[in-house]
Design a binder for this molecule. Structure first.
Ligand SMILES: Nc1nc2c(c(=O)[nH]1)N[C@H]1C(S)=C(S)[C@@H](COP(=O)(O)OP(=O)(O)OC[C@H]3O[C@@H](n4cnc5c(=O)[nH]c(N)nc54)[C@H](O)[C@@H]3O)O[C@H]1N2
Ligand SMILES: Nc1nc2c(c(=O)[nH]1)N[C@H]1C(S)=C(S)[C@@H](COP(=O)(O)OP(=O)(O)OC[C@H]3O[C@@H](n4cnc5c(=O)[nH]c(N)nc54)[C@H](O)[C@@H]3O)O[C@H]1N2
Ligand SMILES: [Mo]
Length: 761
């Protein structure tokens, strides 16, 4: 196939309609939007019946996000607008079947938008794109498994194969997937975490000995202060707004830190509370600090200074549980608030006022997401946040702790059960004891390294368990050439996406059952899977809808199919693949025998609210770091700089990562257009731009200056010098080598760019 395949969604010809950003989140508009989306995809009767199953104890886990449900009342009341969109997107009545694939060539499809591709419906049967063909054709499951196994065994070295995972995959499928990679002989297990919370994992492991958060939902009810930084919960974790509202009612203060004043942090009208729906709603943030992009490390240093200077430190905790305080204290006291005010763009008065507030708090929680993890200095910023919390003894204390808010609904579980390109020696030993499979010790590729390996020819087979690697990764053009350089690319997917169009010599689409659908086996009948939420609770998820097509099989069955085909080609047989996929209890037994915390997995999982995995810092102030203590880690202050503009690439209200549900960003008042750049009005006038002006964005890449043409300017309340665009449209401007120190995460939230009037406009 030639170069006519477009790795990017096409340009947009019309400017979006603009109105003022909304002053409150959820409420009636959210219910209306939910119903509209549900009815469009599933019809009237279906949408009411189907949506009532979300997060029901006996139903399926919401595929929307990883925010937990209250232990005592998982119910319909916990559903939210964007969770409902995720469900109806999967439960759509539309189908992408063999007729669809014979009608549209791959090059024609690549000229369609990401929104169009997703809205065509559910994939129905395995499809193959043969070398030099422009049309996908049907293939049987067995033939597809044979092609994958043949390609794998033909490689010179197992490290030439890459096994990517996206975070919607269940614990059972993820465990089998890593077992397959390791049985084959590689740790090449990049995952979406590498682009997401990897920085949190790396930073927290060094600081407190666990790469996860240390709070439960109950802690929100006893916190004095909750800081929400670099996160947009109104859109991406709407159920978190209920927790924030309830915490406020119990007396907590809330501070929001963000270059944008996101609607969810202003006011919230609970969609299941008629009084709130009709009234003014609950105020969420008491104070909003409109920081410059990537200045959070400096801001938290200023908070630490207030805590130390006001004597609000917890000396007992520092003496008994921590290391490195003296060095940290020294650099904190040397820091200059005037300089911090300049870096952050926050006035000295506000820094002092909030400093007093944080010093008075007896229990503080800090929540963060992508606004913190996707910068060059993300690891040091997160360690600064931990240092700040350690000062007040805010780890392993009621109402306090770190809360990295996870994205994909099971991204945390996938990592727990072994999706890790850097397995620990203990994991390797335990896996061998439990399964007889000895993992190689050599670390595998993360997502960025995987692209480089495919680019230079040392990665030849790319297999993806979910996701949309092409569009989710940075540097779209390089990622595209890398994928095209492979012998084989194969994607386990539910909906069509752009990764299906940019393929290796052979492209395979392996369509699977979604989380919402019934999964039955001849051996045990109806099966359920398990997932872990953002707070370390493992619980079951049982699909209840009729599968979108009779030819769909489950994710574990697909892994088993590949495993079985591979087994017959390898010398000694190792894993009873078929038995495992026919009875997930057996997979859970293997997980129990490999990973501590899963004792009596098959028994405890039957409890309605699931069970908590052990969390030593939270449970007993035990820190499994190298020195057995919680570490203050001192870093020099740093921040991303640009001679022109600093761009953050964010999500609209109508998308789920690379899945575009619609073209509106309701809370921000942007309708019917995604190719927008949010700009401060002073910056606009300095550059002679007005509303709807067409601009080109450019970024310095390895290959020289890359231009992304024709973006519509939207005047917005954002600090000068900062701009925002939506991903994945802007991913082509993020250089592959621009990554966070220590975690290798693409710096999707700090991209230095230039803006000029569009030459094509
Ligand atoms: N509906 C819906 N739900 C989702 C997703 C989705 O796409 N749609 N995605 C899921 C996934 S995988 C994830 S990881 C999460 C993502 O959840 P979020 O992290 O909330 O998602 P983003 O849109 O990337 O938002 C980042 C926020 O950080 C702010 N920000 C950017 N840079 C900075 C900075 O330097 N400092 C500070 N203080 N703030 C900054 C932005 O203004 C924005 O409000 O959501 C999950 N849930
Ligand atoms: N510029 C920029 N880039 C980013 C980010 C950013 O903020 N800015 N965020 C990053 C983050 S946080 C993340 S997590 C990544 C996301 O990266 P990915 O996880 O790779 O991408 P998604 O868009 O979530 O994947 C969507 C596809 O998953 C498939 N799918 C959906 N449900 C299922 C299922 O149940 N099973 C299977 N097998 N497949 C399914 C569908 O076919 C769908 O097309 O993107 C990253 N990329
Ligand atoms: Mo994510």
């Amino acid at each position: 196939m030639g170069d006519e395949i477009n790795p990017l969604t096409p340009l947009e010809s019309k400017a979006p309609n603009l109105s003022n950003p909304k002053s409150s989140a959820a409420g009636i508009p959210a219910v209306v939007s939910t119903m509209k989306y549900g009815i469009k995809n599933m019809g009237v009767i279906n949408s009411i019946g189907k949506l009532s199953k979300v997060n029901d104890f006996h139903g399926f886990d919401c595929p929307g996000c990883a925010w937990p449900d209250p232990d005592s009342h998982r119910s319909f009341a916990e559903f939210c607008e964007n969770g409902a969109k995720a469900v109806s997107d999967e439960a759509t009545k539309r189908r992408v079947d063999r007729d669809f694939w014979s009608k549209w060539s791959v090059s024609e499809l690549s000229q369609k938008s990401d929104y169009w591709l997703n809205s065509q419906g559910r994939l129905t049967e395995p499809m193959i794109l043969y070398p030099d063909s422009n049309y996908y054709q049907p293939i049987s499951w067995d033939d597809a498994f044979d092609i994958i196994a043949d390609n794998l065994v033909s490689l010179d070295n197992p490290d030439e194969a890459i096994f990517y995972t996206s975070g919607r995959t269940s614990n059972e499928a993820a465990f089998l997937w890593q077992l397959l990679a390791r049985r084959y002989g590689t740790n090449n297990l990049p995952d979406c975490s590498n682009m997401c919370h990897e920085s949190s994992g790396v930073a927290l492991t060094e600081s407190i000995g666990i790469g996860k958060g240390t709070v439960t939902l109950d802690d929100f009810n006893s916190a004095d202060l909750i800081i929400v930084v670099g996160q947009n919960p109104g859109t991406n974790h709407p159920r978190m707004l209920t927790a924030l509202r309830d915490a406020k009612k119990k007396g907590a203060s809330i501070i929001s830190i963000n270059p944008l004043t996101e609607t969810g942090m202003k006011k919230f009208k609970h969609p299941q509370n008629p009084i709130e729906m009709l009234g003014f709603g609950s105020t969420i943030a008491d104070k909003h600090l409109k920081v410059n992009i990537n200045s959070d490390q400096a801001l938290f240093r200023a908070f630490s200074k207030s805590v130390i200077e006001s004597g609000a430190i917890d000396e007992d905790f520092i003496d008994n549980y921590t290391n490195g305080y003296d060095e940290y204290k020294k650099i904190v006291l040397e820091s200059d608030l005037i300089n911090i005010s300049k870096i952050t763009g926050i006035s000295l008065e506000d820094i002092v006022e909030v400093g007093e507030k944080v010093s008075q708090s007896k229990s503080t929680i800090v929540c963060w997401a992508m606004g913190i993890t996707q910068h060059k200095n993300s690891v040091s910023t997160i360690q600064e946040i931990v240092n700040f919390l350690l000062l007040g003894g805010n780890i392993g204390k009621e109402g306090a702790g770190v809360c990295p808010v996870r994205g994909h609904s099971n991204v945390q579980g996938d990592r727990t059960v072994g999706i890790n390109h850097k397995p620990s020696p203990i994991f390797i030993d335990n896996l061998e004891k439990a399964t007889g499979i000895r993992s190689p010790e050599k670390h595998g590729f993360d997502s960025v390294e995987a692209v480089k390996a495919m680019e230079n020819g040392s990665g030849k087979v790319f297999l993806a368990m979910g996701g949309n690697f092409l569009s989710a990764m940075s540097d779209t053009n390089r990622t595209s050439s890398a994928l095209k350089n492979c012998n084989l690319t194969a994607h386990v997917s539910t909906k069509p996406n752009r990764s299906h169009l940019i393929t290796g010599k052979i492209g395979l689409i392996l369509p699977c059952l979604g989380r919402t659908e019934e999964d039955t086996s001849d051996v045990v009948g109806k099966q359920f899977v398990t997932v872990e939420n953002s707070m370390g609770i493992v619980h079951s998820s049982t699909g209840t809808f009729k599968p979108a097509s009779k030819s769909l099989i489950s994710e574990p069955a697909i892994v088993s199919g590949i495993g079985g085909a591979l087994e017959s080609r390898l010398e000694r047989s190792g894993v009873p693949w078929k038995n495992l996929s026919e009875n997930y209890d057996l997979i859970r037994d293997l997980i129990e025998n490999t990973i501590s915390g899963f004792e009596d997995y098959n028994i405890r999982i039957k409890s309605e609210s699931g069970f908590y995995l052990p969390n030593p810092p939270r449970d007993s102030r035990t820190f499994k770091t190298k020195n057995g203590l919680a570490n203050f880690i001192s870093h020099d202050l740093s921040f991303a700089e640009s001679s022109d503009f600093m761009m953050m690439t964010i999500r609209s209200h109508d998308q789920y990562n690379t899945t575009i549900y619609g073209l509106d960003d309701r809370y921000r008042g942007i309708k019917n257009g995604r190719r927008v750049v949010l700009m401060n009005e002073n910056d606009m006038s300095n550059h002679g731009l007005s509303k709807d002006s067409l601009v080109d964005l450019s970024s310095e890449m390895k290959s020289g200056l890359i231009v992304s043409p024709k973006w519509f300017v939207v005047p917005y309340d954002i600090p000068e010098g900062n701009v925002a665009t939506y991903f994945p449209e802007s991913n082509m401007l993020i250089p592959l080598d621009s990554v966070a120190d220590g975690s290798n995460t693409p710096t999707s939230k700090s991209v230095p760019i230039k803006i000029s009037k569009s030459k094509l406009g």
